[in-house]
Write a protein that binds this ligand. Structure first.
Ligand SMILES: CC(C)(COP(=O)(O)OP(=O)(O)OC[C@H]1O[C@@H](n2cnc3c(N)ncnc32)[C@H](O)[C@@H]1OP(=O)(O)O)[C@@H](O)C(=O)NCCC(=O)NCCS
Length: 318
């Protein structure tokens, strides 16, 4: 778990304001906020009436906003209307939306009044991420946001899995971008990435539209980046050198892959849960990559410690 400690130490040094919009709705988020403040880990922004929070929250490191009384609500509504009017949003609808904590959070980020957000202890993934996708949007050089999972186990090399949480049925272009984004993430927090694009086929052992999509994604990803990326290959070829050799795959990736790219969201989401439940890896994330400002989604089953970890990870992307 050295990696997690390294990330935490790095994150502690970053000065950032993270919005936790569910602090007044969920006891776990409330308690996580208290720890973040008491241990001086992060500046936070929460919503609600001042009297809903105890004295630990009354510090310059915490901003408590009562949304209904926020003095820039009309300006936020105008901005949201401008942003979404071509999608059919009316000014009346925008005025109602900016009073919702999910949309209000993203408007704070858009206006540089906060640096990142962590939500989803009460809300579904779709409800947490839809306003972020609509308002915060992707970095200029990226076309998609993707959810990566950091998989950690004592004595084993760290792994990154993608996409595990967002893009249901990625195109070949999406898969290539997922691969490059996950490789960038691995490089940022761990070291040299070796990316395997997974399939049920290894180097043409089967042929179908599903396999062809992964093959095309491999070519696109290799052309667009200098990272070590190879495929299509089965998971055993990606992780075991002997199996890879038996199947005739001799790249620098086969047998020693540390970034695994799954062909769709069913495979990615099931894959990380199996590795977590059956092999005892800690699954850290999903970490949403490529937002203009970091927004991360919690699992509704999250613990206080997981919320704190997610806040610290979020700071790494500021
Ligand atoms: C996140 C999700 C809700 C977005 O889909 P949606 O609500 O149908 O919204 P839309 O497809 O209309 O997208 C809304 C906006 O986000 C954009 N968007 C959607 N997915 C995106 C992505 N991965 N990256 C960047 N932008 C994205 C769309 O282009 C659209 O932009 P626009 O309205 O400005 O044109 C959908 O991808 C989803 O449900 N994914 C699965 C999430 C899930 O349940 N995971 C569970 C496992 S943890």
């Amino acid at each position: 778990m050295d990696i997690l400690n390294k990330i935490k130490q790095k994150a502690k040094k970053i000065d950032a304001r993270i919005v936790l919009p569910e602090a007044n709705l969920d006891e776990r988020v409330y308690n996580a906020c208290k720890t973040l403040l008491n241990k001086n880990l992060c500046k936070i922004v929460v919503f609600g009436k001042k009297e809903q929070f105890d004295k630990d929250f009354y510090t310059p490191n915490c901003q408590i906003i009562e949304i209904d009384k926020f003095n820039r609500l009309n300006e936020f509504a105008e901005q949201l209307f401008e942003l979404r009017k071509l999608k059919g949003l009316t000014l009346k609808q925008a005025k109602a939306l900016v009073k919702q904590p999910d949309y209000f959070t993203m408007m704070l980020l858009k206006n540089n009044l906060a640096d990142g957000a962590v939500a989803g202890a009460c809300w579904t993934t779709a409800n947490t991420l839809r306003p972020a996708l609509q308002i915060v949007k992707t970095k200029p050089n990226k076309s998609i946001v993707t959810g990566a999972m950091l998989m950690l186990k004592e004595g084993k090399k760290p792994l990154v899995f993608g996409d595990v949480s967002l893009i249901e049925n990625p195109t070949a272009e999406n898969l290539a971008e997922i691969a490059i984004s996950c490789a960038e993430f691995y490089k940022k927090v761990i070291g040299q990435p070796k990316v395997a694009m997974l399939s049920y086929s290894t180097k043409g052992s089967a042929s179908s539209d599903m396999v062809a999509k992964v093959q095309q994604a491999v070519k696109l990803a290799q052309n667009k980046s200098k990272f070590l990326i190879d495929g299509e290959m089965q998971a055993d070829s990606a992780l075991n050198k002997q199996t890879a050799l038996k199947k005739g795959v001799t790249s620098g990736v086969a047998g020693s892959a540390n970034v695994l790219i799954f062909p769709d969201l069913n495979a990615g989401n099931i894959g990380y849960k199996l590795v977590s439940r059956l092999a005892g890896y800690a699954a850290i994330g999903p970490i949403m990559l490529n937002f203009n400002k970091p927004v991360n989604d919690l699992s509704r089953g999250c613990t206080v410690q997981e919320i704190i970890n997610t806040v610290l990870l979020t700071k790494i992307f500021i």
